[in-house]
Ligand binder design. Structure first.
Ligand code: NDP
Ligand code: 8X3
Length: 251
């Protein structure tokens, strides 16, 4: 049974929707992100359903990650579910035109950040011989698409780490799995296109994209299977999308 979940990237999109569904099912939460105001707002919204603790840190800063997790009050220290969700794409350019700052943001956030958080959460799970690590990958973890280069590489790394964690943590009775969504209508494209909302909105126009709540629903389902059941890899597309680049906007 999941009593306490730790969700990174809970200030918007998939992470926020996941926090809402878990809290409404009485799961206590540690919600994380860089935007303190968004964390406080969500805590206010969800406190009537469950106990909520906020942790503000940038996943790229390993000392901050470690300190934040060490600072958890006793009642939030025993994490049953870690949702490694924090991440973003930065830019969508041919590799030869890519920005090194964007590359750093994606490799440091999507890959190293996920590792820093997991490193700090694992010891308690190993001690308990119980826990679930759920990694949010992407269809970009499965196929490389034009201009996806470094974002895809960062998500391929998440896929590899998901497998590596499952292998190494197997002897500790820890469940590890990943969910790989296609287009989900969140702040993702606004971040990718650096605040160009017109370009971001265009990504989701002309068809029904996945909603953050669709993925949160699936996360809740996957996490609440009996403990001997591990859904280890799940790809989810909107019906209108067949591959990263085949999208039916005329349905
Ligand atoms: P959003 O932009 O809506 O949410 C991203 C979340 O990650 C925010 O809460 C943000 O919080 C947090 N975050 C980003 N960078 C950092 C950082 N350096 N330190 C701490 N927190 C960070 O996008 P989504 O909800 O769509 O994305 C969630 C996950 O889903 C990502 O891993 C993304 O790659 C993946 N995904 C998204 C898809 C989509 O089409 N939307 C499809 C497939 C996968 P804050 O800014 O407050 O720090
Ligand atoms: C987000 C979906 O297709 O932009 O991971 O890579 S995509």
């Amino acid at each position: 049974m999941i009593k306490t979940a730790f969700i990174t990237g809970a200030t918007s999109g998939i992470g926020k929707a996941t926090a809402i569904i878990f809290a409404k099912n009485s799961v206590n939460l540690v919600i994380c992100g860089r935007r303190a105001n968004k964390l406080d707002e969500l805590k206010r919204e969800l406190s009537e359903y469950a106990k909520i603790h906020t942790l503000q840190f940038d996943v790229r800063h390993k000392e901050d990650v470690q300190k934040a997790i060490e600072s958890l009050p006793e009642e939030f220290k025993s994490i049953d579910l870690l949702v490694n969700n924090a991440g973003n794409a930065h830019g969508l350019n041919p590799i030869q035109e890519g920005s090194i700052d964007d590359w750093d943001a994606m490799i440091d956030g999507n890959v190293k950040g996920l590792l820093y958080v997991t490193k700090a959460i694992m010891p308690e799970m190993i001690k308990k011989k119980r826990g679930f690590i759920l990694n949010i990958g992407s269809i970009a973890a499965k196929e490389v698409y034009p201009n996806g280069n470094v974002y895809c590489a960062s998500k391929f790394a998440v896929d590899a780490l998901n497998k590596g964690m499952r292998i190494d943590l197997n002897k500790h009775n820890i469940r590890v799995g990943a969910i790989h969504p296609g287009f989900v209508e969140t702040e993702f494209s606004e971040v990718r296109f650096k605040g160009d909302t017109e370009r971001a909105d265009d990504v989701y126009k002309g068809y029904k994209a996945l909603q953050a709540e669709d993925i949160a629903d699936i996360i809740y389902f996957v996490a609440t299977r009996p403990y001997h059941v591990n859904i280890e890899d799940l790809i989810v597309y909107p019906t209108a999308q067949a591959t990263p680049t085949i999208l039916n906007k005329d349905a």
